[in-house]
Design a protein around this ligand. Structure first.
Ligand SMILES: [Zn+2]
Length: 79
């Protein structure tokens, strides 16, 4: 399920992300260790996930997580 729009999707349609040192990073090969979250590779879903603080919850991380890397990956600037 996508943590942004909360719609079900197959793993092949979603991007796996994991938390590393307070940052959410894209796990392109889907082999990084740890808890992963799944997201449609779309800026809109990233924004929705950020607004509802879905990443810290899905990734079991306390505090905020920086999604700059993911945003850049999706072809957007931080603003
Ligand atoms: Zn989505």
């Amino acid at each position: 399920m996508c943590v942004g729009c909360r719609k079900r999707a197959s793993v092949g349609e979603l991007l796996r992300v994991v938390a590393t040192d307070g940052q959410v990073v894209v796990d392109e090969r889907r082999r990084l260790p740890g808890r992963g979250a799944w997201l449609h590779p779309e800026p809109g879903c990233l924004t929705k996930a950020e607004r509802r603080r879905a990443f810290p919850r899905a990734l079991r991380s306390s505090g905020t997580l920086d999604v700059t890397v993911v945003r850049r990956y999706l072809g957007r600037t931080a603003d």
